[in-house]
Design a protein around this ligand. Structure first.
Ligand code: SF4
Ligand code: SF4
Length: 279
């Protein structure tokens, strides 16, 4: 990164350069070659910054799974905003006063919307976090004026474990039993969503002994419903009564939509309901 920095003419980057929002706002539209937006936009300040960046930048990258799909913060949509305030301020044992602050807190949106509901992006680079190899591949292509070419394979493609096409008899939590290091974790009963997940990490977790939790989201076309695809995959491996299967999966929302609830069908219904309340 240090080698690259002198080649960049940075216009706005809060963590690295002392430019303020009003500097960014003052640039002519489309005068900046590239904007990289990380994180989801929950406050009105975030949403404003996202829209200003879109106006000023020719190309926009959604960087990381929060920016692409809502990410872990998108799970806040499982609760309504007042429940979030309860946890964060009113009932939080480490906060004194138990009041929601009224000063120095930008207005917070009632629900997390995916960034692409506010602006369009030319490029999506998911991951929690994106790997250094992915970042290097993307930035090298951009600097050389070439298209970013990313392999479309799922995590299973990179997984060294053997699949024997055997059905799941019982769903196991990660701490239950000792997994065979050579066999597909899903076939052993551990919920691994590698077959529904874009393999840009090249199977980092599954090749080190942990299940894939889906942090890179769905493969291209990446705005598929990753959680629904994961459930469908699990159902095809577990020939049991759907009710028994549901009973065995603890925390289904957090298991299947951990990184991309706001872009899922269920998540979109949740957002539409919130919008309907305002009409
Ligand atoms: S489901 Fe998981 S453990 Fe099984 S082959 Fe795919 S990535 Fe590997
Ligand atoms: S294996 Fe799955 S959870 Fe692990 S880094 Fe890759 S996509 Fe993320």
């Amino acid at each position: 990164m240090a080698d690259v920095l002198p080649k960049l003419d940075i216009k706005y980057w809060q963590a690295v350069a002392d430019f303020k929002l009003h500097h960014l706002e003052s640039y002519p539209d489309k005068s900046i070659a590239l904007g990289i937006y990380e994180g989801m936009a929950r406050t009105e300040e975030d949403i404003h910054l996202l829209k200003v960046m879109r106006e000023k930048c020719q190309t926009m990258i959604a960087f990381g799974s929060c920016s692409c799909f809502g990410g872990i913060p998108g799970m806040a949509n499982f609760s309504d905003i007042e429940e979030c305030y309860d946890v964060k301020f009113r009932e939080n044992k480490t906060v004194t006063g138990g009041e929601v602050p009224t000063e120095n807190l930008p207005p917070i949106a009632d629900v997390v919307k995916p960034n692409n509901m506010f602006v369009d992006f030319e490029i999506y680079l998911p991951g929690c976090p994106p790997t250094s190899k992915l970042i290097l591949t993307a930035l090298t292509a951009l600097f050389e004026g070439k298209p970013i070419e990313l392999p479309p394979h799922t995590v299973c493609h990179y997984c060294n474990r053997e699949k024997k096409e055997t059905p799941i008899e019982k769903v196991l939590r990660p701490y239950q039993g000792i997994a065979d290091p050579d066999r597909c974790l899903l076939e052993q009963g551990y919920i691994c969503v590698g077959s529904a997940t874009w393999g840009l990490c090249e199977g980092q977790c599954v090749n080190k002994g942990a299940t894939c939790r889906g942090c890179f989201g769905p493969p291209p076309p990446i705005m598929q419903d990753h959680g629904a695809n994961s459930i469908s995959m699990l159902g095809s491996y577990a020939p049991m009564d759907p009710k028994d299967l549901v009973d065995q999966v603890k925390d289904p929302l957090g298991t299947f939509w951990r990184f991309d609830y706001p872009t899922s069908h269920l998540g979109q219904i949740r957002i539409k309901r919130e919008e309907a309340k305002k009409k």
